[in-house]
Ligand binder design. Structure first.
Ligand SMILES: [Fe+2]
Ligand SMILES: [Fe+2]
Length: 132
């Protein structure tokens, strides 16, 4: 379970709202893993993973445009980090399909992706604040 904390604020309301939405989806996914019905867990996880992949890509694009517009020094670093995340997500997604949606694989990957997002917001996205 991740909580949005004030130290995650980027100073941009839209970006912060998108981060909160991302965190909320990650938390929903985490809840799915505490279920007991395997088929239901697979179905719910598949739906959330599809949404997360789409939403993360969309959010990254919005944030990249904003950082470029504001001539943020970290714009390129941010962009490269986003590409890295999407690559990891893509690799996971392929394995998830190949393993017929192995819930343990999704659970393990969830943790590393959630950690990645929190760390990314705290170390890179928050620097948007200095450019606004
Ligand atoms: Fe970012
Ligand atoms: Fe972000």
């Amino acid at each position: 379970m991740i909580n949005w904390e004030p130290n995650m604020s980027t100073g941009d309301d839209h970006t912060d709202a998108q981060h909160r939405a991302l965190i909320e989806k990650f938390n929903e996914l985490s809840e799915v893993f505490s279920g007991t019905n395997q088929a239901e867990m697979r179905r719910a996880a598949a739906e959330l993973l599809d949404f997360l992949q789409f939403y993360a890509a969309w959010h990254f694009e919005q944030e990249e445009i904003l950082m470029e517009q504001k001539r943020c020094p970290l714009a390129e670093t941010n962009k490269a980090a986003h590409a890295d995340f999407l690559q990891r997500f893509g690799d996971f997604y392929t394995r998830w399909q190949l393993t017929n949606m192995d819930i343990n694989l999704a659970r393990a990957t969830y943790q590393s992706l959630a950690d990645w997002i929190v760390n990314h917001i705290l170390t890179i996205d928050v620097h948007l604040r200095d450019c606004l």
